[in-house]
Write a protein that binds this ligand. Sequence first.
Ligand code: UT7
Length: 346
Amino acid sequence: MPAPIATAPTVPHVSMLGLGVYRPRRVVPNSEIVDKIDSTDEWIQTRSGIVSRRWADDDETIVSMATAAARDAIEAAGLSPEDIDAVVLATSSQMVLGPSAAAIVATELGLYDAAAYDVAAGCSGFCYALGTASSIVRAGQAKNALVIGVEKLTDLVDEHDRTTAFIFADGAGAAVVGPSETEGLGPMTWGSDGEQTRAIKQDKDFQQYFEEVRQAAGTGEAPERPYVRMDGRAVFRWALTFLEKACRDTLDKAGLEAKDLDAFVPHQANNRIIDALVGALGLPEDIAVARDIIESGNTSAASVPMAMEQVLRTGGAKPGDTAMILGFGAGLAYAGQIVTLPPIKN
Ligand code: UT7
């Protein structure tokens, strides 16, 4: 008979207790981008909804943006950094492979013994991180977990690429997940369609790039560095076929119907995808729909928490309201969850 192993004390209900964001200082209107990609302000607005986006300056790093968003989330939750015992950080644009950005952010926040790790799931990153963080809190493995989605995509975007240069942008969003009296984070619907791995990807790895640099030495040639590339039409088609079912499954698993929602907060990839989902799901007109894409562009793993904040800040929804969140992107991966919207910092 093996020695009995104790089980961690589980928590019946968990919720987002506070939300914070960091929006980079520099606002970049379409007019600053169009010449390099032979485009127009009208084309970008019509095809994507984007009017402007924020690009981070050199001093606005993955770590600094994540830490700022995290501080606001902790304050909004009415907690102190010492109440946090796990940090789960989602990003796909951290240029350093180790240590994890989460470990550095935890130290910046003054946490010296918190569990800390990164999650890479493209634009679904925050939703994957939120789902896993809610599970570790529910399983008694952390009391309060900090979940962060952060990107500095301008480090990975080719400013002459007509498909990515006007879409991708920078920013951070964070939420504290902890125990609550009622359920605030419903069951996840998540998946990853490996048939579509090429639809959004870095075009070559850095090893290959450095080999090209080595071979070009002395020739006067400069190999092109790695960039993120996207087959926009393929992602668009996939989104319209896969995501309606993901949303319906998310509602079913939570035992809710569309009419029970106060807000819909999908990944901010394209206003037309958001419109198509609202129509396909038959969402009632009085539901608040996040439209942060207009002023923030597509911030990948940061987009869902930033969009939650936009809906709360602009009064479309209030803390305590019921929302469906949905991340989707590189993988192609997706993750949906019904959530109770958290408070934001005043
Ligand atoms: O965050 C991860 C998930 N990402 C997404 O969900 C992105 C999904 N995809 C999209 O949002 C859209 O595909 C884009 C916004 C990227 C592009 O919009 P689209 O309506 O799919 O454009 P398209 O690629 O089908 O191109 C339509 C036309 C083409 O011209 P013709 O062949 O019709 O004459 C393109 O050459 O627009 C042209 N075009 C442009 N024109 C001006 C393509 N890119 C541009 C551009 N400016 N930047």
